[in-house]
Write a protein that binds this ligand. Structure first.
Ligand code: 5HY
Length: 266
């Protein structure tokens, strides 16, 4: 099975960290291909960043469809472009916020999310409501650490995040903690050991979920909302994102080749 893990920002070091984390849950026979788009924001910390990360993400999905990818992980805690990706991909697409939040509900009575910047907490609350797990969410806390500080070796980020997770347990009444950034994936085990409750990282949770869905032979329903979009001309910068007329490949769902037969936008 081939799982493509897409870091929607363009920071290579974070993509490597995300790939290493995903491989910790890959079983025998599962290959992890961790990538980031060639276009888009270096980190995603606003609605603007998130919106502009989506074309690059969809381009990677299109390439994956040509390469016969079995399933996808969207490795950004805002779950950018998830629904659009599900419309294009033949296999299942799971994003890390949804996977982490749902996984946390298996492990305790209530979870708190610990994320990077305060301005992203509203998005996390919106996602908890959208996924129907808001009743399990005790709080969404921010460390006011820029995402790319997580890439600086020896930065204070690890200590600040660990302290915020401990405060969540002490003050929110949660018995599970969810890490609110893909860039925190490598901190999971150490933080859990220090604060004494399960700590969930979405990269591992999403990878394990995709792996389980593929092994059960399950994929996104094309019955209605996630049916393939109707091709129509895209113009300007996005001309290359014009979908071709569907051709039956990859288990029945059409390859999303662009006008030039290459990948969308590339
Ligand atoms: C993430 N941003 O997981 C989100 C975290 C955040 O570039 N990768 C990013 O702060 O929303």
């Amino acid at each position: 099975m081939l799982i493509k893990v897409i870091n929607p920002n363009t920071t290579d070091s974070m993509t490597e960290k995300i790939g290493a984390c995903a491989r910790t849950v890959a079983t025998v026979g599962t290959t992890i291909h961790a990538v980031n788009p060639a276009m888009g924001p270096a980190s995603i910390e606003s609605h603007y960043d998130e919106a502009l990360a989506v074309p690059g993400l969809l381009d990677e999905i299109a390439k994956g469809e040509r390469d016969g990818v079995d399933g996808y992980v969207i490795a950004c805690f805002g779950d950018p472009g998830l629904e659009a990706a599900r419309e294009l991909a033949a296999g299942p697409v799971v994003a890390i916020a949804e996977a982490a939040m749902r996984t946390a509900t298996f492990l305790g009575r209530g979870f708190s999310v610990v994320t990077t910047l305060g301005r992203t907490t509203g998005r996390a609350w919106d996602l908890a409501a959208h996924y129907g797990v808001k009743d399990f969410c005790r709080n969404v806390r921010a460390c006011e650490i820029p995402v790319l500080d997580l890439e600086i070796p020896g930065s204070a980020a690890r200590g600040v995040i660990t302290a915020e997770c401990a405060r969540a347990v002490a003050e929110d009444g949660c018995d599970v903690v969810v890490l609110g950034c893909a860039g925190m994936a490598d901190l999971t085990a150490d933080i859990s050991r220090r604060i004494g409750v399960p700590v969930v990282d979405g990269v591992a949770a999403a990878t394990a979920t995709v792996q389980a869905l593929v092994s059960m032979g399950l994929r996104t329903s094309t019955q209605s909302e996630f049916a393939r979009p109707v091709p129509k001309p895209m113009v300007g910068l996005l001309a290359g994102f014009t979908l071709d007329e569907p051709v039956a490949v990859n288990g029945g769902r059409a390859a999303t080749a662009g006008l030039d037969g290459a990948g969308i936008g590339s």
